[in-house]
Design a protein around this ligand. Structure first.
Ligand code: XIL
Length: 368
């Protein structure tokens, strides 16, 4: 029986009485926070990273920024919002790269690689795209212009691009959006083709990897089958795709096992894809997250990092934020769900942070 299971039973038994004792957490700063990037790189991975949203108040928080800016803690970042279509092309043909540039500038200060995110997605798409009436040709033209401009503007400042984001639903069907409705399922392949062509115009030195990024693709099932089909289709059309991003938004009560993760990672690897853990966070279904919830959360973080460390094709891992105060899943807007990162809002550490370190070191989980 795992510590988590034991404590869940104990918590239930003691529900009416005293609570299970909890160890005192560390209040983290940049001098105490574990060197996750150095640990990952010591084991041959490219990086351990965290997203940054330069439109959020997190960037005004000195403790947050000193942790974020420490290269041995985070060696990679992804703009949480500012390279999405609504930011970069708010009107047809009017491009604005200023906010995206802020992330590139920040990343360079601490030598971080940038996963640029994203080019074609259902969400955060301006209404001039989603609500206009297009022909297949006119929408393909707009999509091509958008992809080409973003890729050529940022160039080699991007280690990789998420070319298409979340194209498949949980049941394996295609996500409903204007691209699907007007162009058909092939919009995905066209997007990858245009992205590859844009990179080619940058010359031989531009080595920018092209990724498909999605959620709930960490365990076998209809969605993974459909995503594998989608990858086969892209690959049949040309040498357009380099990798797959497993977003990894999980919860304390529903998360993949190491065995599930290794099954799907082997399937992606068999297609020749580089694998990244791109947006790792684990929300507690009810908040404030109970001790038992925190241990479930620790197990979820552990499983994801452990599975990546064990798989040679899994090259890098990143949190979708590292402090509950700034993570996108806030209880007030998510039916009470939240507390999804390794640190409380006041920088106190959770068992999940210990679990991440143990997984990176190849140790068993002492808090799961
Ligand atoms: C989220 C951002 O973190 C939020 O700030 C924004 O309001 C919505 O989008 N999948 C993705 C990310 O690929 O771009 C999303 O980011 C989270 C889910």
């Amino acid at each position: 029986m795992s510590l988590h299971q034991t404590l869940t039973i104990l918590t239930t038994l003691l529900a009416a009485g005293s609570a299970v004792p909890t160890p005192s957490p560390t209040t983290e700063t940049s001098s105490t926070f574990p060197h996750l990037n150095a640990l990952a790189q010591a084991k041959g991975k490219l990086w351990f990273g965290s997203s940054i949203d330069t439109t959020s108040s997190s960037v005004q928080d000195p403790t947050y920024m000193s942790i974020f800016n420490t290269a041995s803690i985070f060696g990679q970042t992804t703009p949480g919002n500012t390279m999405k279509w609504d930011y970069t092309e708010p009107e047809n043909g009017v491009f604005d790269f200023a906010l995206g540039e802020e992330t590139i500038t920040l990343a360079k200060q601490s030598d971080k690689k940038v996963r640029c995110h994203n080019l074609v997605w259902t969400s955060q798409l301006p209404t001039w795209v989603s609500e206009a009436s297009w022909t297949k040709e006119s929408l393909l033209e707009v999509m091509k212009a958008h992809i080409t401009k973003e890729i050529t503007h940022y160039g080699s400042d991007c280690y990789s691009w998420d070319v298409v984001n979340e194209a498949i639903n949980y049941d394996g069907s295609y996500t409903d959006n204007v691209f699907l409705n007007v162009i058909g399922e092939d919009y995905v392949t066209y997007a990858f083709q245009y992205a590859r062509e844009a990179i080619a115009t940058l010359g031989a030195s531009a080595d920018i990897k092209l990724f498909y990024n999605d959620y709930t693709i960490s365990r076998p099932g209809s969605k993974v089958t459909a995503v594998l089909d989608l990858i086969s289709k892209i690959q049949a059309a040309g040498d357009y795709i380099d990798g797959i991003g497993l977003e990894s938004h999980h919860t304390d009560t529903y998360y993949p096992s190491v065995s599930d993760l290794s099954t799907v990672m082997n399937q992606y690897a068999a297609k020749g894809l580089e694998i990244h853990i791109t947006e790792l966070d684990v929300a507690c279904k009810s908040t404030p997250c109970s001790w038992s919830g925190q241990l479930g959360q620790a197990q979820a973080f552990y499983n994801v990092i452990h599975a990546c460390m064990e798989n040679d094709s899994c090259r890098g891992m990143a949190f979708w934020d590292f402090n509950d105060k700034y993570n996108w899943i806030q209880p007030s807007t998510n039916d009470g769900e939240g507390d999804a990162t390794v640190l409380w809002g006041n920088y106190a550490s959770k068992p999940a942070l210990t679990a991440v370190v143990e997984a990176l070191k190849g140790e068993s989980c002492s808090v799961c």
